[in-house]
Design a protein around this ligand. Structure first.
Ligand code: AMP
Length: 282
């Protein structure tokens, strides 16, 4: 497995792969990998990638000054061992200086899907995400890009970026991977105390119950949203948002659409902000 740290070497590697007739897949991550990340490698291959490049970069511009950029967990050696075992072809792990050393004044902004949900508490987050992913695309030159359903809003914002800016890339959204007890896998789960971790199980549990209730038309969507909020609060969580939205447009859903919809939420357990969602047709 090749470990690459510079943009020029990454571009060179990818051009060679294309010349050899390979289909290049990119899996962008911030590292501290878990099985959720590793499942994206399988999805890249299942969608035709014959060379998989995993990028590992904790992107400073998607963190607000009060957020956890400095303490975000990092372990490149462990990550590389996991990716090597997964037969990944290359890891692109640039430094912050390599990515932003020239004091950039140009950014990528999505103006609709990135305005609600997580953006209400993280208003500059998605501009950081779209900008870094555009830069990673230009470094890795992929044919296929895989993002996780775990970050539901992020995946839709990036899908829109690919569409609107004509990136010649197929963007695939890969299913959300959970622990056996339901907790969505996340690098940030490391911050949770044992008690917070136990309390946080209310997220996946209440989302599952919400889906079941809606599917049997047991309650209106606003009543279900209130019920999820109540359950989170009584388990010691602090709700950031709970919404029911169209899975493509992220617009509010209040009745049956016949399309894919999602219950999406964010909540704090202690100082840790967790997100989760459930996607289904309704
Ligand atoms: P991150 O390192 O948290 O920025 O995540 C990198 C990629 O992995 C994103 O596309 C995430 O949506 C995806 N991802 C993170 N956790 C999971 C999970 N539990 N299941 C599926 N994909 C995930």
């Amino acid at each position: 497995m090749k470990v690459i740290h510079t943009i020029s070497e990454m571009q060179q590697y990818s051009k060679e792969q294309h010349k050899a007739g390979k289909v290049v897949g990119i899996v962008p991550t911030m590292g501290y990998l878990h099985d959720g990340h590793l499942s994206l490698v399988d999805t890249a291959r299942a969608n035709g990638a014959t060379v998989v490049v995993v990028t590992i970069f904790v992107n400073p511009i998607q963190f607000a000054p009060n957020e956890d950029f400095e303490k975000y967990p990092r372990d490149l050696q462990r990550d590389c061992a996991l990716l090597e075992a997964k037969n990944v072809d290359a890891v692109f792990a640039p430094s912050v200086k390599e990515m932003y050393g020239e004091e950039p004044t140009c950014f990528v902004v999505e103006n609709k899907l990135s305005k609600g949900l997580c953006a209400k508490t993280r208003p500059t987050h998605f501009q950081g995400v779209t900008t870094v992913v555009a830069k990673l695309f230009n470094a890795v030159l992929p044919d296929i890009a895989v993002f996780g359903q775990k970050d539901a809003q992020q995946a839709r914002v990036l899908k829109r970026m690919v569409r609107d800016l004509n990136f010649p890339i197929q963007l695939v959204i890969s299913p959300l991977i959970r622990e056996k007890d339901g907790l969505a896998l996340s690098s940030r789960n490391k911050y949770l105390s044992p008690e917070e971790r136990k309390n946080a199980l209310v997220l996946s549990r209440s989302l599952k119950e919400a889906q079941e209730t809606l599917e049997k038309d047991g309650m209106s969507i606003p009543a279900i949203l209130d019920s999820i909020k109540g359950k989170i609060a009584s388990s010691g969580g602090k709700v950031d948002y709970v919404e029911c939205v169209d899975a493509e447009t992220l617009e509010d859903v209040r009745s049956r659409t016949g399309k894919e919809i999602m219950f999406v939420l964010a909540a704090y357990f202690g100082n840790t902000r967790l997100i989760d969602n459930v996607l289904f047709k309704y």
